[in-house]
Design a protein around this ligand. Structure first.
Ligand code: TXD
Length: 318
């Protein structure tokens, strides 16, 4: 019988993103993990397989797989990856009604069994599901937030690095807004070797990189044919978990609740936020060009529409 040590992370949904995030958390030595899924035996099987890798990977972290919500009691962070991924041709918004039902069920159980936890939502459509999670749990808004910007930003960093022939982490970029086709790559704040990107890459090529970033998820969905991206999403989750557990106060792009920042009030949206032991500790406002500001407004309108739509679903408001 494996005993899990605090502080630990519960991952709800042992599918592609959930299991890979669990693997990264363990193998980087960040914390123990409880992996939950509704499919009987699957999280237990994956957990055992991951434990059997421990002697080779050389970590001393532990993981259990479970179908019982009781096992998430005491979790410091609950990562929610439960839900359906996109199929080719589907938008993230197509998933709304399907995943709203799942998120309502999952978050009802988090409220019951892990009432003091911080929740990182991963399920799409991301901003809307994060709103729903906050509504269902009634947790303080700093303890409910979503992962998307870290992933979208990493994609942009990779595309820039590839173009310039530098190592990916040397490209400093940031992508804000809703996790959808209208996300906003903030090229005005992007630097490589302390140089504004505009000095390094011609405008037409930069526009292509921005568009490839917006289409980053769809590009992978089209290649995989079944399922969506999971390696980079799992890395993104792992980074947020690490920053919170270490109380690093690092600023990352996060789907966080806004109370007037960026001119937006009372909604979840992708913005730079300081993460620490309390979850979202501060929203950081960065300078934007007029064009970036209006792109952000468009993206916010789309997210608001999704929020209105989910609020109309009776099952999701129960
Ligand atoms: O940037 C981002 N936020 C994202 C979001 C990046 C990648 C993936 N993104 C979304 O995460 C994706 O669109 C999906 O909505 C979720 C999960 O994606 P994943 O690729 O991990 O999907 P899988 O492999 O189908 O895994 C989902 C698991 C699967 O094992 C189901 O059995 C389980 O969720 N599931 C449930 N678990 C608990 N409770 C309920 N009700 C439930 N229903 C399904």
């Amino acid at each position: 019988m494996i005993t899990i040590r605090k502080p630990f992370v519960a991952v709800i949904g042992g599918g592609q993103v959930g299991a890979t995030a669990a693997q990264r958390i363990l193998e980087k030595g960040i914390s123990d993990v409880v992996l939950f899924d509704v499919v009987e035996g699957m999280p237990q099987g994956k957990a055992l397989d991951l434990m059997e890798a421990a002697p080779i990977e050389g970590h001393d972290r532990r993981i259990i797989g479970t179908n019982k919500y009781e096992d998430i009691a005491g979790a410091e962070i609950v990562v929610v990856t439960a839900g359906l991924p996109r199929k080719p041709g589907m938008t993230r918004e197509d998933l709304l009604a399907l995943n709203a039902k799942i998120i309502t069920d999952v978050c009802g159980n988090i409220k019951k069994f892990a009432p003091d936890s911080k929740i990182i939502i991963v399920t799409n459509p991301l901003d809307v599901m994060t709103h729903l999670a906050a509504k269902v749990t009634g947790f303080p808004k700093n303890r409910v937030f979503g992962m998307a910007g870290v992933l979208d930003t990493a994609r942009m960093q990779f595309f820039i690095a590839e173009r310039l022939g530098v190592v990916p982490r040397e490209a400093q970029a940031i992508v804000l807004g809703g996790h959808g086709d209208l996300m906003v790559p903030v090229s005005s704040q992007t630097r490589v070797n302390w140089q504004p990107l505009q000095n390094e890459i011609p405008a037409d090529e930069l526009a292509k990189i921005e568009q490839r970033t917006r289409d980053g998820g769809a590009e992978i969905v089209a290649l995989l044919k079944t399922g969506s991206a999971f390696y980079a999403p799992a890395s993104s989750v792992c980074e947020m978990v690490r920053v919170i557990l270490k109380n690093e106060k690092k600023v990352l792009p996060v789907c966080a609740y806004l109370g007037g920042e960026y001119g937006l009030k009372g909604m979840y949206f992708g913005v730079p936020a300081e993460l620490g032991k309390n979850g979202v500790e501060r929203i950081v406002e960065i300078p934007l060009t007029a064009q970036e500001k209006s792109a952000l407004t468009l993206s916010a309108e789309k997210v608001r529409k999704g929020i209105e739509e989910v609020d109309r679903i009776p099952a999701a408001t129960a």
